[in-house]
Design a protein around this ligand. Structure first.
Ligand code: PXG
Length: 300
């Protein structure tokens, strides 16, 4: 495996960053998790735009232009010979002394990119659905660094996921300070009731998922249903016809048991099944080409 760090490629065993990197010392940095399907990188522009938005929000200057980062991402996938991949793009504040002051990181940001095989939920979960529990860990408030920033501070999400695991569930729902449903530890959440589909708004404190945006588009274009963004309590999930999650790793997946309650008929419902199918078709038909792009350049 070849890993990109600040413009160079390293073998996995040699891919290291400094213990003085503020990404390690303070979780001071941002990231993106991106998929490639059959040699094409899914919604790369949207991921790069979100990276830029996260960077701006935390006063982080990206070390390269988005165009240069795009090239580095493509090159990392290409060098690893991957067609289906999970790409982790991380930008940290860089190397500094001990101390919170970001001005200590004089050398500028650290950028690294890992392209690996993706670990997915087993197929049966797409039929049977996931089990969720509500976490005791609250979503970060909007008056903190908003959850819309995909920052390296994932401890709350990791603790929430650990609660799910301890309860025999696959994912954890996080409520915000108002008690509204925000999202899961690594996925956005939707529910369907009487043919309508709902999801929490950005103002509930969510990561504005790329998959969430794509699924909202597919709901409108393929199902003819415009998703309503509104705040809702857990009760709306318990009494829903269908609940499903969206995320880069999970794509679209049903949730059929929540806090011990069975949702709908207790298996992936008709809308969720259609969305899983439409999402897979869409993912197979779009994306930034990894191999064509480089081939075309080589010929030019
Ligand atoms: N909320 C949170 C908190 C996330 O971390 C999503 C929603 C979904 O966003 P996207 O843009 O992926 O649709 C995420 C993304 C992993 C993994 O390794 C986690 C995510 C993405 C990719 C891999 O568990 N979370």
């Amino acid at each position: 495996m070849k890993i990109y760090i600040n413009g160079e490629f390293y073998e996995k065993s040699d891919a290291r960053i400094s213990v003085f990197d503020h990404g390690v010392l303070y979780g001071d940095g941002i990231f993106e998790g991106i998929r490639a399907y059959n040699g094409r990188i899914f919604h790369l522009d949207d991921h790069l735009r979100r990276l830029q938005d996260s960077a701006n929000a935390v006063l982080l200057k990206l070390p390269l232009s988005l165009k240069e980062i795009e090239k580095a991402v493509i090159e990392t996938v290409r060098l690893n010979g991957l067609k289906d991949a999970y790409i982790r793009l991380v930008v940290t504040r860089g190397i500094g002394d001990l101390g919170l002051d970001m001005r200590k990181c004089k050398g500028g940001a650290t950028l690294f990119i890992i392209a690996d095989k993706i670990e997915l939920y087993p197929d049966e979960f797409y039929e049977k659905g996931l089990t969720l529990v509500t976490s005791t860990i609250r979503q970060k408030g909007l008056d903190q660094v908003t959850p819309s920033v995909k920052s390296l501070n994932y401890l709350a999400n990791i603790m929430a996921r650990a609660e799910a695991t301890a309860a025999g569930a696959q994912e954890a729902i996080m409520l915000n300070a108002q008690g509204h449903v925000s999202e899961c530890s690594g996925d956005n959440i939707f529910f369907a009731k009487d043919g309508k589909i709902f999801t929490p708004p950005t103002s509930a404190g969510i990561l504005v998922g790329i998959t969430r945006q794509v699924v909202m588009m597919l709901c409108e274009r393929k199902l003819g249903v415009k998703v309503v963004e509104r705040n809702f309590p857990r009760y709306d999930l318990y009494s829903a016809d269908e609940v499903f999650l969206t995320g880069t790793g999970a794509e679209v997946i049903a949730a059929v048991k929540i806090d011990g309650r069975t949702i709908g008929k207790g298996a992936a419902g008709p809308l969720t099944r259609q969305l899983i199918k439409h999402f897979r078709e869409y993912a197979a038909s779009t994306g930034t080409p990894v191999y064509d792009a480089v081939g075309a350049k080589a010929k030019a």
